[in-house]
Design a protein around this ligand. Structure first.
Ligand code: G6P
Length: 633
């Protein structure tokens, strides 16, 4: 986690670094800091808490520098206190480092350095890095290698240092003795380089770059970039110079602004109809007709090697992506007849299931950077090496960031095309991930002849109507739910229930509420309430029941009645036509095909969580203790 930025050029570095950090605050916001090279010295300023604290500290402070690095932290090693905030420096204060990631062997490195007289002032793993770099630099000077007079020494010191570090990290380094360069290194944690006109940037994620440049170069694992006012040079950890081509982003900087909305989360909820439209445009094959089975109904264009003799699907994901994957399982099994398992990546990586033949492995991650998901996929790939052909790894990624780390691990990507999502609580990326599963299930159903052309056409027609239905719901419900949410200002517990394809929506509704409003909430399969959780119910615990016409409609209504009989306040996410006496209040959803209903039932739950948190005056976009991209285990 954590966000890092760097700038070198002709402008004043401080403001550029601060505005870059603002765009990365979603990655962590326990503390922040920056270091600039001013008049041959490193000047470092750090503050506990959110970025505005750092901003305030900098007011009136002279920082005449055109080169600097910055950091916004999500604490891993050491409390979120100023002394643990980055940048960290060596004893002499001439080398400053910011890190995103974890140096796993920092304890032994620190012990070693301490035995040679180095003094440490923080509890972090990062602090060993500037000490190691400084030690290499002073050794070079002692060995008559020209000391600070030799330009290659800084690069060499950083290169030798990163070769000593175990773990997943991205770092940016400045040194007072090399005032014209920033060194950036990557090992399993994301970092991109931005190329401007006579100015160069680095950042953990591209939103921090787009207002300066659209020309971007992503560092790969085991690479070091040297940024100078004249350009960017790339090396590998062995010290060989590499040739790399940048790419053009074509991102509008306005994508990362809130516009008329009070929070990014609300903006992103309202963007969902267009996200679904864009997915449909990209992935539904308009040349397909139900009578013509020669072309696929989708444009996924997945390689036939992923599908060959396919017997099952295994999915790895975390958080909201895990919920989207549970809907994916339902769709793959019910529409395409493919047995599917969904794993928490953090669990599966330490308890892999026995190898199964002809399995498609899918990693689902909006960021493409979640450490557990990447590790689970890498492990699955590794344990299939040297096995007979039927066990060969076939890896598919479902992500919103086609250029992210997951792309290096998998054979193919489904890009969910949701656009930048800034709110820490995932909304539009969730619906876009679910869309990806509709396309995958339809494609497989067609390949395997599991569904008739008519049924596939029916599903596609239903999907085409979703954007307009979402729009109607958003228009009708945003202010309705804003008013409705007031009554929950003091509520301490919520229960969400659903069944079948809407059970994962109950989980997602509960997660959204927990994440941003800090209210305790649980999602349950409605039929399981009577096996324990029903004991929690009384008139203080609202129960949200998702009841959509279809296979389990009557069952959910009965389960809802059972909750009502225990005095719970019953909120229905259900069509208007549902018998009025069942629910105390209804958040109405159009009566669509049950299989498509999660695309709509999630909307009132997102709005409910949002408005409850907003009424409580909470920081909706940056909830406490969370981060959007979890690049640590
Ligand atoms: C974090 C975020 C969640 C997200 C989860 C998985 O916990 O706060 O919103 O669902 O990571 O992220 P991924 O990028 O893998 O989908």
């Amino acid at each position: 986690m954590c966000g890092i930025v760097g700038y070198i050029g002709t402008q004043s570095a401080t403001e550029i670094l601060l505005s870059g950090l603002e765009k990365l605050e979603y990655r962590g916001y326990d503390s922040a800091g920056l270091a600039a090279v001013c008049n041959g010295q490193i000047k470092s300023v750090r503050a506990k808490g959110k970025l505005h604290n750092l901003r305030e500290k900098l007011v009136g402070m002279e920082m005449p520098a055109n080169i600097g690095i910055g950091h916004t932290r999500w604490a891993t090693h050491g409390k979120p206190e100023e002394y643990n905030a980055h940048p960290h420096t060596d004893d002499t204060g001439r080398v400053a480092v910011v890190q995103n990631g974890i140096v796993e062997n920092y304890r032994e490195l620190r012990k070693d350095l301490e035995s040679r007289g180095h003094k440490f002032v923080s509890e972090t793993d990062t602090e060993v890095i500037p000490h190691l770099i400084a030690e290499f630099l002073s050794n070079f000077a002692g060995n008559g290698k020209g000391g600070t007079g030799n330009r290659e020494n800084f690069l060499e010191a950083v290169r030798q240092t990163v070769n000593k570090l175990d773990g997943a990290f991205a770092i940016a380094v400045v040194c007072a003795d090399y005032p014209n360069e920033i060194l950036v290194a990557r090992q399993q944690a994301p970092i991109s380089i931005g190329l401007g006109q006579g100015e160069f940037f680095c950042a953990s994620d591209t939103p921090a770059l787009v207002s300066h440049t659209q020309v971007v170069l992503s560092l790969e694992n085991g690479e070091i970039a040297r940024l100078t006012p004249l350009g960017v040079e790339i090396y590998n950890f062995e010290g060989d110079r590499l040739n790399k081509m940048p790419r053009i982003l074509n991102w509008s900087p306005t994508l990362v602004e809130k516009h008329i909305f009070k929070h990014f989360m609300l903006k992103e909820i309202h963007e969902q109809p267009n996200v679904v439209r864009s997915c449909l445009e990209a992935y539904i094959n308009s040349d397909w007709d139900a009578m013509n089975s020669l072309v696929s109904p989708t444009n996924l264009k997945l390689s036939s090697s992923l599908y060959k003799n396919l017997e099952q699907v295994e999915i790895f994901a975390c958080g909201t992506s895990w919920h989207a994957s549970l809907i994916g399982k339902y769709l793959l099994e019910q529409l395409a007849g493919i047995s599917t398992t969904v794993n928490y990546a953090s669990e599966a990586r330490y308890a892999p299931s026995p190898l199964r033949k002809n399995t498609l492995l899918i990693g689902v991650t909006q960021s493409g950077e979640t450490a557990d998901t990447l590790a689970a996929l890498a492990m699955e790939h590794q344990r299939r090496l040297d096995k007979p052909a039927e066990f060969e790894s076939r890896l598919l990624g479902i992500t919103n960031r086609a250029e992210s780390s997951i792309a290096n691990l998998v054979n193919q990507i489904i890009d969910i095309r949701a656009g930048v999502e800034i709110g820490v609580a995932a909304t539009k990326t969730f619906v876009a991930q679910v869309m990806a599963f509709y396309f995958l299930a339809i494609d497989l159903a067609w390949q395997r002849k599991y569904l008739s052309g008519e049924r596939i056409a029916e599903i596609i027609n239903g999907l085409q109507k979703i954007p307009a239905q979402m729009e109607q719901m958003l228009e009708a419900q945003d202010s309705q739910i804003e008013d409705f949410a007031h009554q929950f200002n003091d509520t301490q517990d919520f229960i969400f229930v659903g069944r079948g394809i809407n059970y994962p929506i109950a989980l997602e509704g509960a997660l959204k509420l927990k994440e941003i409003s800090y209210i305790h909430a649980e999602g349950y399969p409605a039929g399981e309430m009577k096996h324990g959780p029903i004991a929690l119910l009384d008139d203080k615990v609202p129960v949200v029941a998702i009841a959509m016409p279809g296979l389990v409609y009557e069952k959910v209504l009965s389960n809802a009645q059972e909750a009502k009989a225990r005095d719970a306040q019953l909120i229905g996410v259900t069509p208007e036509s549902t018998e009025a006496d069942v629910f105390d209040s209804v958040l109405a959803v159009p009566a669509v095909d049950e299989l498509l209903s999660p695309m709509l039932t999630v909307i009132p739950l997102q709005l409910l969580a949002y408005h409850i948190a907003a009424h409580r005056g909470l920081d909706v976009d940056q909830p406490r203790n969370l981060a959007k991209s979890v690049t640590v285990e």
